[in-house]
Ligand binder design. Sequence first.
Ligand code: FAD
Length: 308
Amino acid sequence: EFDVLIVGGGPAGAAAAVYAARKGIRTGVLAERFGGQVLDTMSIENYISVVETNGPAFATALEQHVKTYDVDIMNLHRAQGIRREGKQIVVDVDGGAQLKAKSVILATGARWRELNVPGEQDYRNRGVAYCPHCDGPLFKGKDVAVVGGGNSGVEAAIDLAGLVKHVTLIEFGDALRADQVLQNKLRSLPNVTIIMQAQTTEVLGDGTKVVGLNYLDRATQQAKSLKLDGVFVQIGLVPNTEWLKGSDVALSRHGEIEVDVRGATSLAGVFAAGDVTTVPYKQIVIAAGEGAKAALSAFDYLIRSSAE
Ligand code: FAD
């Protein structure tokens, strides 16, 4: 039985593991893919105190840091369910195994929703980007498109307009879905064009990088093309919580785990951190901070519950 079982091995899970292990309590990490989204990242330039690194190097550093402590890492395993049985929390693992713990930290992260059009995968990190906070500065002085007219797409377009030469916002529907104040701000910017009723059909590249995008004008059914240096896909971030549906861990209407300021979920003894939660701004430094916080909260919970 673990004192703390962490589900997820990204920045949030790794930080939680280091903080828990340093309390001298029995700590385990169950991860489908240790490293998490960072493994898919090229350059990281906004983790404070690290001027520049790349995703795989950062993921290796996370694992090395965790391994300096006595942490039981169970990599390449997937959690499938969670429930409370008396004082214990039981996590079902693929293959039929069960892990038992006094407290659990959920840090299963999220994934960007993809366009699923030709060219998107081929030019990922070579012009196709998902995170304006991360990759925006790479497109300084260039022409980019943002696909998606919800809050995240419009925020990304506003953000990028201050960095790049020109932004084309592409929305599938016949209206933007972002808050009116964001729409007003977007429309006030001189270097932004908005195209509505446009279905992205292909990301174009020259073999090494993005050179444009094809779309279908849904009003006229005409195929059209844009010349671009980058395409930011902003059609949603999907939290990895499918496996929690039907459990006692409450999710928001977007499927994110609801947490309080201490990282506690609705299920006693279960905490959560990082991109999988309702905490805004999905970034490594934030996930790591939240992971540390969840571990300290779990430790506090253990001290109090063992005194009962
Ligand atoms: P994740 O990194 O998503 O980790 C989740 C972990 O949970 C993984 O180990 C996963 O395998 C595991 N998992 C999921 N489901 C299960 C399950 N059922 N059972 C067991 N394990 C499970 N942020 C920045 O700050 N700077 C950047 O430059 C930057 N660039 C990015 C570039 C790209 C292409 C992407 C995709 C993201 C980028 N981000 C960047 C965002 C950053 O990667 C995330 O905010 C951060 O990784 C979130 O950490 P996390 O630990 O919450 O989740």
